[in-house]
Design a protein around this ligand. Structure first.
Ligand SMILES: NC(=O)c1ccc[n+]([C@@H]2O[C@H](COP(=O)([O-])OP(=O)(O)OC[C@H]3O[C@@H](n4cnc5c(N)ncnc54)[C@H](O)[C@@H]3O)[C@@H](O)[C@H]2O)c1
Length: 441
């Protein structure tokens, strides 16, 4: 079986590689020539645990190919997965120009029946727009080639993408075609050996499922952040509250960790797009607007704590930052809360030296040398007025307090992810600020 995956970013590259792993012949397509040239040379454009080895293996086995040539990639392909970006438009809605551009290209070049699958996160009605874009091109060509569309939203998590794809909790497919159902069953069967379901549904339901899933997760995070801020005011400990509610099986303990706000390529943009859709359809989702507002202010919470501690006098202060990526195990800096804190500190006249195990290159690409980049976490702490933890990478969890105390000018830590114990900080003589817990100062 041959398929084409268009867009070779986080989702496309993982999707293509994992399908190749099951024996499917996959061609990954991208318009970014440099990305494709690098992939052909075995250089992976993103940091994703396990991906590099799997790409190399499948290339060697002759099942995984890379190209910028979409027409060639759909030759003999039974399905085309569209996995290009859907960034927010100025008004917050998902920008569909890349998705529909690919659909038009497919329509211009297809010569046989195929299923065109949207894997990108797209608003309700997009699969129909894809269908129309393809049909318009076929009509222009004066040919009648049958095809079907399907919506197959992706739920993988960056940092655990390979595992999520190979062992998904569920596969969601929206389609109105029996042919497409058969094809998707064949493609996905190898991933469902763990007994988890493939759920077929109508197209709008599949499209909305993705937004509803991300909106629910974002809601849990904003809810917990709001509770954390209240904890600080009333003298409660959010960790205790979290444990107290998380052990209720109706609530569960996932996605209720307070922090410095959610970021990444999905939650912020998908919450925005869902709000936009709801307004357009005359049913504004007020809850989601509140979720977004809470998150926007949460991204500034750590800065506010720093500002208060230093009585607003940040000019000339040196800060060390541990972690830049929006979450651990990725180099993705899209909407990372660290960027907000950095911007505020620089604006206030402070300097920042940061260390991140994977995202320094990407940060430098985005913001250049407005901050310094450290060689390791202790280098980032050298001579600083305070340390700020923004991403809970495993390697930051166990600190050598003796080394840290020796290199830091002042023993102050702002922990945006609550990974340290206040008691331990106290014993080691550090001032310690975290989220939703009493400060040690
Ligand atoms: N990143 C995630 O964790 C994640 C998870 C689930 C769903 N999604 C969704 O999947 C989609 C892709 O996200 P991503 O993170 O992989 O994006 P990405 O930016 O990493 O990759 C998108 C790729 O598409 C390429 N591209 C753009 N236009 C193209 C065209 N016309 N032809 C070929 N390639 C083209 C870009 O060059 C880029 O390499 C988005 O809709 C996103 O919301 C992302």
């Amino acid at each position: 079986m041959k398929i084409s995956v268009v867009g070779s970013g986080y989702v496309g590259l993982v999707t293509g590689t994992c399908f190749a792993e099951t024996g499917v012949t996959v061609t990954c397509v991208d318009i970014d020539t440099e990305k494709i040239e690098n992939l052909k040379r075995g250089i992976i454009p993103i940091f994703e645990p396990g991906l590099e080895a799997m790409v190399h293996k499948n290339v060697e086995k002759g099942r995984l190919f890379f190209t910028t040539n979409l027409p060639e990639s759909i030759n003999e392909a039974e399905a085309v997965f569209i996995a290009v970006g859907t960034p927010p438009d100025e008004d917050g809605s998902a920008d569909l120009k890349y998705v529909l551009g690919v659909a038009a290209e497919v329509g211009k070049n297809m010569e046989h029946y195929m299923v065109i699958v949207t894997k990108s996160t797209v608003p309700i009605g997009t699969a129909e727009k894809v269908r129309l874009a393809i049909k318009t091109e076929l009509d222009k060509r004066g040919v009648k080639i049958p095809f079907d569309v399907a919506s197959n939203p992706e739920f993988l998590k960056e940092g655990a993408a390979i595992d999520d794809f190979l062992k998904p909790d569920r596969i969601v497919i929206g389609t109105d075609s029996d042919e497409a159902v058969k094809l998707m069953n064949r493609l996905y069967k190898p991933f469902l050996l763990n007994g988890h379901p493939i759920i077929f549904m109508d197209i709008p339901s599949a499209e909305l499922t993705k937004y509803a899933a991300n909106a629910m997760l974002a809601t849990r995070i904003s809810f917990m952040n709001d509770i954390a801020n209240l904890c600080e005011i009333v003298g409660a400990d959010v960790n205790m509250v979290r444990k107290g509610i998380g052990s209720d099986s109706r609530i569960g303990n996932k996605f209720i960790y307070p922090g410095a706000g959610y970021g990444g390529s999905c939650f912020p943009k998908d919450v925005k797009a869902l709000i936009k859709t709801s307004i357009e359809k005359g049913h504004p989702l007020e809850l989601m607007q509140a979720v977004e507002n809470v998150n926007d202010s949460q991204k500034e919470v750590i800065f506010k704590k720093i500002y208060t501690h230093f009585n607003g006098n940040l000019k000339g202060k040196r800060f060390g930052m541990w972690g830049l990526s929006f979450k651990p195990n990725t180099d993705d800096m899209r909407e990372a809360p660290a960027l907000v804190v950095i911007a505020k500190l620089i604006e206030a006249g402070a300097t920042v030296k940061a260390y991140d195990p994977a995202a320094m290159h990407e940060t430098q690409r985005r913001i250049g040398n407005v901050i310094e980049y450290a060689t390791d976490q202790y280098d980032a702490a050298l001579d600083i007025d305070a340390l700020i933890l923004m991403t809970e990478w495993q390697e930051f969890r166990v600190i050598n307090f003796k080394v840290l105390a020796k290199v830091m000018k002042s023993k102050i830590i702002f922990d945006g992810r609550n990974i340290y114990e206040p008691e331990e900080m106290k014993e080691n003589g550090f001032a310690y600020y975290s989220i939703g817990r009493k400060p040690i100062n």
